[in-house]
Design a protein around this ligand. Sequence first.
Ligand code: ADP
Ligand code: MG
Length: 885
Amino acid sequence: MFAVHLMAFYFTKLKEDQIKKVDRFLYHMRLSDDTLLDIMARFQAEMQRGLGKDTNPTASVKMLPTFVRAIPDGSEHGEFLSLDLGGSKFRVLKVQVSEEGKRNVQMESQFYPTPNEIIRGNGSELFDYVADCLADFMKTKGLKHKKLPLGLTFSFPCRQTKLEEDIDVDILALVNDTVGTMMTCAYDDPYCEVGVIIGTGTNACYMEDMSNIDLVEGDEGRMCINTEWGAFGDDGALEDIRTEFDRELDLGSLNPGKQLFEKMISGLYVGELVRIILLKMAKVGLLFGGKKSSALHTKGKIETRHVAAMEKYKEGLANTREILTDLGLEPSEADCLSVQQVCTIVSFRSANLCAAALAAILTRLRENKKLVRLRTTVGVDGTLYKIHPQYPKRLHKVVRRLVPNCDVRFLLSESGSTKGAAMVTAVASRVQAQRRQIDKVLALFRLTQEQLKGVQSKMRTELEYGLKKDTHLLATVKMLPTYVCGMPDGTEKGKFLALDLGGTNFRVLLVKIRSGRKSVRMYNKIFAIPLEIMQGTGEELFDHIVQCIADFLDYMGLKGAQLPLGFTFSFPCRQTSIDKGILIEWTKGFKATDCEGEDVVDMLREAIKRRNEFDLDIVAVVNDTVGTMMTCGYEDPNCEIGLIAGTGSNMCYMEEMKNIELVEGDEGKMCINTEWGGFGDNGCIDDIRTQYDRKVDEGSLNPGKQRYEKMTSGMYLGEIVRQILIDLTKQGLLFRGQISERLRTRGIFETKFLSQIESDRLALLQVRRILQQLGLDSTCEDSIVVKEVCGAVSRRAAQLCGAGLAAVVEKRREDQGLEYLKVTVGVDGTLYKLHPHFSRILQETVKELAPRCDVTLMLSEDGSGKGAALITAVAKRLQQAQKEK
Ligand code: ADP
Ligand code: MG
């Protein structure tokens, strides 16, 4: 009993002594956490250098873009071919990825030899050979007449310019083995966004934000980066870490000075490092009594599998003795214990270095996502990691210590690199199929030059119809005379009240115009119009309006004042004079009863009478387009057109009296309120209307009416987007196919969200946040699609609006017999003002469609308010002049 204890004590003591001895000898290989954190920081800087356009050429870590943009989402299915061109063998696989509710991959494969002359030969011979093998495989597997998508794993650094290159198969995805590993693991765990190989070589890939990848165009979404981290240190960045043993190993390698990080880590070198160290220790008399063997002198005699065997927990010591004896040595008990410790230090350093670089990647991912804590999965493959008994445990532990704010799961990839190629192909093929479907929808919104010209010419026809007596009543563009004949001449002055009833709000304004200096001062108050009043009775609506006026007069201390009033009423009205306007029909969100067919000025007068508190001199009823034109005309005499792109869409312009058949007289000009929102109500633009436009129309207050407006204005663009999103979701192309309650809610997608989402300054993450605020749980890919949808809808709106405007300016140019027309358009409306691209696209379209017109778009400053006052002032001036006559 005592002897046993003594033996155990003796052994423990012996082991401790040997460990101490080796530790002292190899102290430079034992890296502290501080050193590892330092290496991690260096690798972070290296990644940054590799990604930057200017720094990449000299960076040692190349950070190669792989053009793999998406990881599997589980909906992949079908049969794929995959080729694995790695070392000496070459493998062809058929991979069946099934859907059927659960994730399932089945593989059949065959190995082919790769003769040396083919490997060393030129590229086309290699590809001929590959094609032959592929043909053979397809024949034996009975796949001959199928055209299957194909992926190719290529475990050498490759600069890729695009994922697919055609060699007579459907898709050819060129995949690095790290990417294959990541993709295989991501198929089982959607959190997987890093792939690491610790095998013969070592390398890693991860999903990087496109905005950080200078070498690839585009800023949206992510792309997998193949770091090629094996070359870390090739520029001398790790010289303080490398030991004399590393240098010796490098000098004896096939590629001295290259892949220095890899040479401290991977399976190809770990055994050799151990051999070099043992030889050195023997030489200085620290091992084998100073004796060496010729095997110990021979390069490559200790392999990684030996190191793994020697480090086995139970059999390790016996294995060590056996391996050393096989090398022609006669190890003592102490020697075996020492050699085990050497193995431990070398393989532990490998895991430590890997952990430091991996920690750098994880930190980068966390920072890209602006997260305090990152939850992620790392897919790992490679023999060293797989066969070494302690390696995985050590790696995991160190990573977790280096990045305590990351919850990392490590997932072993099953035959990662080859299956991965099929996964990449499967994803590429899924993404391609989805892309096709999405493009099909978006294509409906892309109008050709021809189509836009068609819209322009139809608009022109409708404008003419509306002006003519015979066709006026049937015309969809009503061309309403406004009885506004003069533009301000700068002599207008006085105090005026203005009312502005447009889309949603109602405003009362006091406008003070001073002549001479053309100065206008305004005071206004905004009142909300509750929905129940917009859609209640006419009396209620006008009583509410008068109530607001009373409030305002009170507020301004103007209670008894009898001021001239202009009423901006932005709905189609048939006018017989400037102060009479019969509402033809409500548009936008209004539907108050007993108003259509009535004179809105009369209704206002009656409401004032009902209230019996004050009296007002209602001089003019004004459309907002006219007010806008007037306001700009006050500053710029070339302004003869007014345009609104707000809740609704409308336009007015100065027309020759002789062309206006509905109004007596041929002298001078009169402003025509086109009411072009009704363009297309006869079906003339139905060829460009989409099913989504029809859906929006069906759900509106006035189905079948205002078709052009419903494709171009603020009230509807968001709804069109929502209809498209619903359809794409139904097709399984968005939001994981789940139509949320929110998405079903009419009006949730307001046009202001288009402006926000389409803003160039907005990162994808912010788009995602906006969608999340809308209750739409979107992935990165979803956000890209939503942004594209918004862009397509707003672009079409601006182009259609531009085509309409082009029709008017061309008409004016021809009517005046001009070679060239210079004209200013006064514009108002929140869509025009706040959307990031609307105004530019509108302008570009006009320029293309009306090349002989020089059209200046001038933003109107509160056209509806100021314009109403100016029209009132002009009308007053003309009244005065009449009286004096
Ligand atoms: P109105 O046309 O009713 O007189 P506006 O010109 O202010 O008033 O237009 C209001 C409309 O503009 C809203 O109905 C909405 O559809 C749209 N809108 C609001 N905010 C934005 C925005 N940020 N970008 C684009 N459109 C917007
Ligand atoms: Mg307005």
